[in-house]
Design a binder for this molecule. Structure first.
Ligand code: FES
Length: 85
């Protein structure tokens, strides 16, 4: 399984002690790319539990929720394409 995510940051986010969870004393960093609190995990990774291991996905937000779509190919601006296995 994999997923395409869009990030708009142009530099690193440096973490410090204020980022520690006061109850757990740790920092959970999002690795799924779906968190609304990125770079921190907010539990949104639960959406990925039903993803198929051999499929690439893109989550598209609408007004009500996140919708899961399957990515089968990428079309680049120059017209070339890339199939996603
Ligand atoms: S790992 Fe991304 S929200 Fe938890």
């Amino acid at each position: 399984m994999s997923r395409l995510v869009e990030l708009d940051a142009t530099g690193p986010r440096k973490l410090d002690e204020s980022d520690l969870d006061p109850e757990k004393g740790d920092i959970a960093v999002c690795q799924c790319g779906l968190s609304e609190e990125f770079p921190f995990c907010d539990g949104s990774h639960s959406c990925t539990e039903t993803e198929d291991a051999d499929t690439c996905y893109r989550y598209v937000e609408d007004e009500m929720s996140q919708q899961l779509q399957t990515v089968v190919r990428i079309v680049y601006e120059d017209g070339t394409t890339e199939a996603i296995d």
